[in-house]
Design a protein around this ligand. Structure first.
Ligand SMILES: [Fe+2]
Length: 171
């Protein structure tokens, strides 16, 4: 229930920016799917899904303030903004802290800290690879170097139309 409430709130926050809304829905769908296929415990799954929904919360602000959504400031601004955004949603302080950490590190590929962080990074990449048409080389490198979950690898291969290139994921 809390995930649905936060989804509604985030769509309202995005206020007609269909690019942002489509992206967050896609990242949430991939994160939810990978988390469930990887059998996360319920607490971790919930934090992951809420982080996926809110991860790009600072994009509108950064477009305005910096003229782009690149780099560290999107993470830093997002980690702060998401705390306000989640106030009054019934989440515990610990959950809010973790979501804030994840939003603040969703582009940070070094020192990935926990399955929620790992899966958020994987889900965002899968969505971005399709949206931006990443090259086969970029996808192959990311899959080999960064991805850890078998379900994330299968989804990335399928979404990017490279299923026949990769094999041995098992099932
Ligand atoms: Fe994203």
């Amino acid at each position: 229930m809390i995930v649905a409430q936060i989804m509604e709130k985030m769509i309202a926050f995005s206020n007609g920016d269909i690019h942002d809304i489509d992206h967050l829905i896609r990242v949430w769908t991939y994160a939810k799917t990978i988390g469930e296929l990887e059998s996360l415990d319920q607490q971790t799954q919930e934090v992951l899904e809420i982080a996926a929904i809110t991860h790009d919360i600072a994009c509108p602000l950064c477009r305005e303030k910096y003229g782009n959504t690149n780099g560290r400031h999107q993470e830093t601004e997002g980690a702060l903004m998401v705390r306000d955004f989640l106030t009054g949603t019934g989440m515990t302080e610990r959950q809010v802290d973790r979501v804030s950490f994840l939003v603040g590190h969703h582009h940070t590929l070094t020192g990935i800290d926990g399955m929620d962080h790992q899966i958020l990074v994987e889900a965002d990449y899968i969505a971005n690879a399709a949206e931006n048409g990443y090259s086969k080389e970029n996808i192959t490198n990311f899959m080999a170097g960064i991805m850890k979950t078998q379900s994330g690898k299968r989804l990335l291969a399928a979404v990017s139309g490279l299923w026949s290139t990769f094999s041995g994921f098992g099932r």
